[in-house]
Design a protein around this ligand. Structure first.
Ligand SMILES: Nc1ncnc2c1ncn2[C@@H]1O[C@H](COP(=O)(O)OP(=O)(O)OP(=O)(O)O)[C@@H](O)[C@H]1O
Ligand SMILES: [Mg+2]
Length: 425
């Protein structure tokens, strides 16, 4: 960007001297652009022809800043918002504050303006805007800006890793993790990768009605050969916005995984997919412990009985001790209300294990059994069932959206509170 050119409202298809540099793919992010001029929308849409944008889900809309504010009052924000404004320099920041009020903290914002002013640029960056581009800018400039944000050395991983583990085998960790993945994809409309770490017996493939020839085992055993291109090849599409690294679920070999077996795959996944859900089997091995220690969020799924209570407490204590400065594990109490079964109340359960109860889910064998046998998600079997609300609540919680929703996207939040300050290279 050159601040010392004359202001120019004319939009050139490609500014002089622009080249598309670098070739690394931009991760599977969602981008929504709100433009004031149809030419700007066209330039942004043209970015999708670039190979580096092949994984990106991009949509353009009219209405500029006002359109964006209106949209995000009622809709979740994507990974990146590009917003065009023709406002004068002294009004841009105030108007952007309105966007900040309705914007999730993890969403990044690139502003396209028509004012070439270095003071404005600095103040927007200070306020947490990721980049300010001045028109005329071409598609290449926009791609380079996106690339700098999401693939440059030192750019923060875009993905959040969330592990689900059962306090006792069969408590429902896999089922809940798959349905939460689906709920996140539907509600937040971000790409979710489900990694099935139960190599011999995992059910993610069955639950999503997929039988991919390759998956997580190929990723683990590829060791050093594993890279972004290979990860992409091994991921199979399970649903709209949901990908899968399926378990082989065959017993032709044993799976004595080393402690750090999954480290690289998880890190790589987090660089390429906004939400990574790990379906962890009910085990206590070196690799399970190591994986749990490294994740952003851990969800313990438990049934409301004594054995689950004891195990959940042991798990919660161990996880807290391993990662004292990270987020604490949260608990979902599943299969409540089984006829004639005495049970511990979910609130008491959570209090005794000193974990936050994020949801409780009733026992419903007809619904869960039908979904499991048909290879469907619960929402596909019964879209209006109230358990879908629990999956959505868990999804919002583990992706950090619940806090924003609870804050009511309040007007007291200022721009720097919500637009994350980025370190600039
Ligand atoms: N709320 C529920 N009501 C009825 N059935 C359920 C419920 N939740 C899960 N199930 C069923 O319980 C069974 C075990 O679930 P799942 O495979 O998810 O357990 P898990 O915790 O992943 O087990 P493991 O830790 O051994 O991997 C499945 O058949 C699933 O359909
Ligand atoms: Mg399981």
């Amino acid at each position: 960007m050159n601040f010392f050119e004359n202001d120019d409202n004319a939009i050139a298809p490609e500014a002089p001297g622009e080249t598309v540099s670098g070739a690394r793919l931009i991760p599977r992010i969602t981008i929504q652009a709100f433009c004031e001029h149809s030419q700007t929308a066209q330039i942004i849409e043209d970015t999708t022809h670039d190979r580096r944008m092949s994984k990106v889900a991009l949509t353009t809309h009219n209405g500029g800043l006002d359109g964006a504010v209106e949209t995000y009052r009622t809709n979740p924000t994507p990974n990146l918002i590009i917003v065009e404004t023709t406002l004068p320099a002294d009004r841009i920041e105030a108007e952007l504050a309105r966007l900040a009020e309705v914007c999730d903290a993890s969403t990044r914002v690139v502003v396209i303006g028509h004012v070439n002013d270095v003071m404005l640029y600095r103040s927007l960056i200070r306020a947490g805007v990721s980049e300010y581009l001045v028109m005329p800018a071409g598609s290449a400039t926009i791609i380079n800006a996106i690339s700098d944000l999401f693939v440059s050395e030192g750019s923060a991983p875009i993905g959040r890793s969330i592990g689900f583990i059962a306090a006792k085998g069969g408590a429902g960790a896999s089922t809940i993790s798959h349905n939460v993945a689906w709920a996140i994809a539907r509600t937040i409309r971000q790409d979710v990768l489900v990694v099935d770490l139960d190599l011999p017996f995992g059910t993610a493939g069955l639950d999503f009605n997929q039988d991919p020839p390759q998956g997580v085992a190929d990723a683990v055993f590829a060791k050093d050969k594993m890279d972004a291109v290979m990860l992409d090849r091994l991921m199979s599409k399970a649903a709209n916005h949901v990908s899968l690294l399926a378990a082989p679920a065959t017993l032709d070999r044993t799976y004595d995984m080393a402690e750090r077996s999954f480290e690289q795959i998880i890190e790589l996944s987090q660089q390429h997919v906004p939400v990574v859900i790990l379906d962890i089997p009910h085990l206590w091995t070196a690799w399970v412990r190591h994986t749990l220690a490294a994740l952003d969020e851990v969800v313990i799924v438990a049934e409301p009985d004594l054995a689950n209570l004891r195990n959940a407490k042991s798990l919660a204590d161990a996880i807290k001790a391993m990662r004292p400065s990270e987020s604490e594990p949260i608990v979902v109490v599943n299969k409540t209300g089984i006829a004639k079964r005495p049970e511990i109340s979910p609130t008491e359960f959570a209090t005794s294990i000193e974990c936050r109860l994020v949801a409780q889910i009733g026992f419903d064998p007809a619904l869960f059994g039908t979904a499991a046998n048909n290879g469907q998600m619960i929402a596909e079997v019964s879209a209006s069932h109230k358990v879908n609300e629990a999956f959505r609540t868990i999804g919002l919680d583990v992706t950090g959206r619940a806090a924003v929703e609870a804050a009511g996207r309040s007007t007291s939040l200022r721009l720097p509170d919500l637009f994350r300050l980025r370190k600039r290279a």
